[in-house]
Design a protein around this ligand. Structure first.
Ligand SMILES: *[C@@H]1O[C@H](CO)[C@@H](O)[C@H](O)[C@H]1NC(C)=O
Ligand SMILES: *[C@@H]1O[C@H](CO)[C@@H](O)[C@H](O)[C@H]1NC(C)=O
Length: 257
């Protein structure tokens, strides 16, 4: 058996739109939120119903719950630096717009209060990402250089997220904070188009786009850790604020209270 050692440098920098704190002195959960009890035998059914009743509002965002508008989801900036395997890249994506999030299918939503575990599995038939990009580096030994607009279309992407919380006390109330988030995803196809590669050399740019689209599978495995880190950071940004604003008993009260 041969063992390979990869020296991997993965860096993701994200600028996430921070939502203004909702108006009003004390944070109160919005009345439209269906409250679920953590010791109810119907917890998971309730959680699913609660999620489904929020879905129409997700499009425009729910500031009371620190959830940004989801259709489209806008991220001012994502930085990705990778130096591993066949990819050596410095890249910045600005004004990232992700559409297609509202058309999803929820497979699994489960809460295990004894482990403070929240699990969610969801499929998006298509997600379209549009942004300004700036890339410099090498992909599979080929130089890669460009800045302009890019578009990426992902087909049939299934994402499974598991979040583990831990308790701490703040102002006499028990709050949760994120101990760990695990994200996994599978996708069926990727199509991308990067405009203005190689200072606008159309022939070279087209060849690189063709190459990327033909090899998306192995490339997507290479960038997977980076993508997962980006997804985790996006989720963290909202959930941390939600957990900080509302105590555990407010978010998931006990029937015995
Ligand atoms: C749903 O999530 C729970 C908790 O992670 C897991 O035990 C279960 O297998 C999942 N079910 C499906 C259908 O994915
Ligand atoms: C989407 O991908 C999953 C595997 O991740 C597969 O089971 C399913 O059939 C695919 N759906 C479509 C509509 O292609």
């Amino acid at each position: 058996m041969e063992s390979k050692v990869f020296i991997t440098l993965l860096l993701v920098g994200l600028v996430i739109q921070t939502l203004a704190k909702p108006k009003g002195k004390s944070s109160k959960l919005p009345g439209f939120l269906k409250v679920c009890y953590r010791d109810s035998p119907d917890l998971n059914t309730c959680a699913r119903e609660s999620f489904e009743s929020l879905e129409p509002r997700l499009m425009d965002g729910i500031p009371e719950l620190y959830i940004p508008p989801m259709e489209p989801l806008r991220i001012p900036e994502i930085k990705m630096d990778q130096d591993s395997g066949a990819i050596y890249l410095h890249s910045v994506y600005k004004n990232v717009k992700i559409s297609g999030i509202s058309k999803h299918t929820l497979h699994n939503l489960s809460i295990v209060p004894s482990q403070l575990k929240f699990a969610l599995a969801i499929t998006f038939p298509t997600l379209k990402l549009e942004s300004e990009y700036s890339i410099k580096g090498k992909i599979m030994m080929m130089p890669m250089l460009g800045d302009g607009n890019c578009e990426v279309e992902l087909t049939n992407i299934t994402m499974a997220t598991e979040l583990f919380g831990e308790e701490y006390t703040k102002n006499g109330a028990i709050h949760l904070r994120i101990k760990d988030i695990e994200v996994k995803y599978e996708l069926e196809n990727v199509h991308m188009q990067l405009d203005n590669l190689f200072n606008g050399d159309k022939a070279l740019g087209q060849r690189m786009n063709d190459f990327l689209n033909e090899n998306w599978k192995s490339l997507s495995d290479e960038v997977r850790p980076l993508m997962i880190k980006a997804l985790v950071d996006i989720l963290r940004a909202s959930i941390d604020k939600l957990f900080e604003a509302f105590s555990y008993d407010e978010l998931l009260p006990s029937l015995k209270m």
